[in-house]
Design a binder for this molecule. Structure first.
Ligand code: AMP
Length: 309
């Protein structure tokens, strides 16, 4: 089942303790598609300026991303610059320039309007509303956002929650949104406003899924070398939604499995700059990593008789 994804298609300049990358391809929609196409075709909607190296995204198209909904407008592409701290879990945004995103009016191509799975990547919540207005009858709508929009367009974001099934945010963002330090209570606060499921991402410490009366925790994959965490959250979302769309359901077993696929794909984003790690990543490697998650989290609930003696 195809996934419709709307989000930023950006140029990023990133500094980490290990090096720097200048104006490389990124953005929420790009990372999402790089991860989700391991499971399912993705229809991407966004906008780029005339400075965007679209050829850098050719490999996504060859893997099942339909980029025909990415408009090219006159002007500068969305640009984001960030610097990571020593622990790589925290970063400072140095610059955000909306460029052609400032005048973007998403037009969902007719062939994309029947999408059953929709991912509203991190963009202005007003645009996220516009997208939903154009989709006919989605089965699952997931949405990401960030502090920039929680501060900048809170009313539109709160109205959007009523139209969303799954909200994916990081721990700092859910606290800011709910005005509540306790994660469980913050998640409940969000659920009361619409989303049945709230996923709180905690960087290298994994992610927690809060459903109505159960929760599930997926650890972060223990990487020996974290190179650049940019896009890990969007790649998580891609792995998560990719699996759900492939399964065609929101059953608890699929949600739990999707959390592990999300965590696995998010970890790959951290291994190189930009979406480079996804270029030569194989299905086999992904499945191997998912298996490792099983090994590092499985345990026996009862001590066996042999262990006693
Ligand atoms: P993540 O590390 O998963 O939070 O995603 C980082 C990506 O989000 C980068 O590729 C940026 O281009 C993009 N990004 C950063 N700030 C914004 C924003 N305000 N709106 C949309 N996309 C953004």
């Amino acid at each position: 089942m195809s996934i419709l994804c709307v989000g930023s298609v950006a140029l990023d300049s990133v500094e980490t303790p290990f090096g720097a990358a200048e104006r490389v391809v990124g953005g929420s929609a790009v990372y999402f598609a790089a991860a989700a196409t391991f499971f399912n075709p993705v229809q991407v909607v966004g906008v780029v300026g005339d400075d965007y190296p679209m050829a850098d995204l050719d490999f996504l198209a060859s893997r099942g991303a339909d980029l025909s909904g990415v408009e090219r407008a006159r002007g500068e592409s969305f640009f984001w610059a960030g610097r990571y701290h020593y622990d790589l879990n925290t970063r400072d945004t140095l610059e955000t320039r909306l460029g052609v995103f400032a005048d973007f009016e998403p037009k969902i191509p007719d062939g994309f309007r029947d999408a059953r799975f929709v991912f509203l990547g991190n963009i202005d919540p007003m645009l996220q509303h516009d997208v939903l207005d154009q989709v006919r009858s989605p089965q699952v709508v997931a949405c990401d956002t960030m502090n920039f929009w929680i501060d900048g367009n809170r009313d539109a974001l709160l109205a959007l929650l009523a139209r969303v099934d799954i909200l994916m945010v990081n721990d700092e963002e859910v606290r800011q949104l709910a005005g509540e330090a306790n994660l469980l209570r913050a998640a409940r606060w969000v659920q009361e406003r619409g989303p049945e499921v709230v996923i709180v991402k905690k960087g290298e410490h994994g992610a927690i899924l809060f459903a109505k009366d159960w929760l599930f925790y997926a650890p972060g994959y223990p990487l020996e070398e974290v190179f650049d965490p940019t896009g890990a959250g969007d790649s998580f979302a891609g792995g998560f939604m990719g699996h759900l769309a492939r399964a065609g359901s929101m059953r608890p077993t699929d949600l739990r499995r999707a959390m592990v696929y999300g965590s696995a794909l998010g970890s790959y984003a951290c291994e190189r700059f930009s979406i480079d790690r996804f270029r030569d990543l194989s299905d086999r490697a992904v499945h191997g990593r998912v298996e490792e998650f099983r090994r590092i989290t499985a345990f026996e609930t009862q001590v066996s008789v042999e262990e006693h003696v």
